[in-house]
Design a protein around this ligand. Structure first.
Ligand SMILES: [Zn+2]
Length: 70
């Protein structure tokens, strides 16, 4: 079973929250994690990143605020 790289949750192989980057497919538990990843993939692919659900939510919110303020 693949793991959501943003929050660490195990996700279904045929989940619909899918993001493709450089030929690799990443699966997410939901649109929040998917959007957080899409906004800054390097952060989550960094081995120092510690997956957490609250961290994912904060990143998603930060991204939302940044987009709205532009
Ligand atoms: Zn997630």
């Amino acid at each position: 079973m693949p793991a959501d790289v943003v929050c660490g949750m195990t996700v279904s192989e045929n989940g619909k929250h899918l993001f493709e980057l450089e030929g690799r497919r990443y699966l997410f538990c939901g649109s929040i994690c998917k959007k957080a990843f899409a906004s800054n993939p390097g952060k989550y692919l960094d081995p120092r990143h510690v997956p957490s659900k609250s961290g994912a939510l904060m990143d998603w919110l930060r991204n939302l605020l940044r987009v709205r303020s532009v």
